[in-house]
Design a protein around this ligand. Structure first.
Ligand SMILES: [Zn+2]
Length: 349
């Protein structure tokens, strides 16, 4: 399988996140992508290449251009304003009730206010290289899409930072630009075909769902920890099925704690049934390894062998696949698990 990898992810190297309201060591760290890249190289079965530059237009097709401008200029503004921290978090976020009945808030002028205007939580440190790393992740994902458009059955993009939590006009959840959504929009525009997105990260891809919620030509299907207990809490419920022309093109399969591998695979078959019933030949996979039994986020019981079986079943759907990295935080097994999934997904003779 062809794989796209960029060293520029290292430019985003958070030291901390604020989880449960306290400062903790960052989990979304460069070592994650390094472990995956090393496993791809060690395996020998992957043809690894760097990304090509795609510019900002494909991001603007999905995200609010004002948010892109904010991210591109944030660090300079942060330093100019005299802040001396090496990474930035918002201290106030734009809760919708604050402006209820008053119309939308203006974008504040100061960098800390602007950070809370665009960022929706406290886990996503912004540092001096975050924007460049996020741009490189988009180039990785679009280069993988190009490979599939030029005839590869499947291609893998080692995206870091991940993307699926970023909606059109906000960022958070370790995500800046929604890699899967940008790739999906790009594929839809270039082929005129409907595109299905399968999200198997432990967490619901609220951003991807939001971006395509009213779109009849994009199917979003997600298996994830139930939002009653799992981030992102405010999306991912079963009764969210789309809006307007996109009614019926969102399928959420929230799963209970202690979901076994067999139960997970059963839910995956349901998800793949929805993909099979949707038109088109393209599938974007948001591949998160944080469903792994040892992952700090997971309360599922997925094993390395289980990932090989997941890859096999997804490939059996017969779609052309752009497979993009999302989460996965148990670094010692992360590379092995990604390789198991991708190897499982290779076409059988
Ligand atoms: Zn996740």
């Amino acid at each position: 399988m062809r794989a796209v990898v960029s060293p520029k992810h290292r430019l985003h190297h958070p030291e901390h996140e604020v989880s449960f309201g306290v400062r903790a060591p960052a989990l979304e760290i460069p070592a994650r992508a390094e472990a995956i890249a090393a496993a791809l190289a060690d395996d020998g079965g992957f043809d690894v290449q760097p990304p090509t530059e795609h510019g900002v237009a494909p991001i603007e097709a999905v995200h609010d251009p004002a948010m892109i401008r904010f991210l591109s200029g944030f660090w300079d503004a942060w330093e100019r304003a005299g802040y001396t921290t090496r990474e930035a978090f918002p201290d106030s976020m734009l809760h919708p009730a604050v402006r209820e009945g008053m119309g939308p808030s203006p974008e504040p002028a100061g960098p800390l206010g602007r950070l809370g205007y665009w960022c929706f939580e406290t886990m996503t440190a912004v540092g001096p290289g975050s924007y460049e790393a996020a741009r490189a992740a988009v180039d990785v994902e679009l280069t993988a899409a190009d490979l599939v458009l030029s005839g590869e059955h499947a291609a893998y993009g080692l995206c870091r930072p991940p993307g699926h939590h970023a909606p059109r006009a906000a960022f958070g959840g370790y995500c800046f630009f929604n890699n899967a959504a940008v790739a999906t929009q790009y594929l839809a525009e270039l082929t005129g075909e409907p595109v299905a997105v399968l999200d198997v990260d432990y967490h619901h891809g609220n951003g991807t769902q939001q971006i395509f919620y009213a779109r009849p030509d994009v199917l979003y299907v997600s298996l994830h920890g139930h939002p009653d207990r799992a981030y992102p809490y405010f999306a991912g419920y079963q009764d969210e099925t789309g809006a307007g022309d996109g009614m019926g093109t969102t399928l959420n399969l929230p799963l209970p704690a202690q979901t076994t591998e067999a139960e997970y695979l059963e839910a995956l078959d349901r998800a793949l049934g929805a993909v099979a019933a949707f038109g088109g030949s393209l599938l974007v996979v948001s591949l998160g390894m944080d469903t792994f039994g040892l992952d700090p986020y997971s309360d599922f019981m997925i094993t390395t062998q289980g990932y090989a079986e997941m890859g096999r079943r997804v490939a059996a759907a017969g779609r052309r696949m752009v497979i993009l990295q999302e989460g996965g935080y148990f670094v010692p097994k992360l590379g092995e698990n990604v390789v198991a999934w991708l190897r499982g997904a290779e076409p059988r003779a």
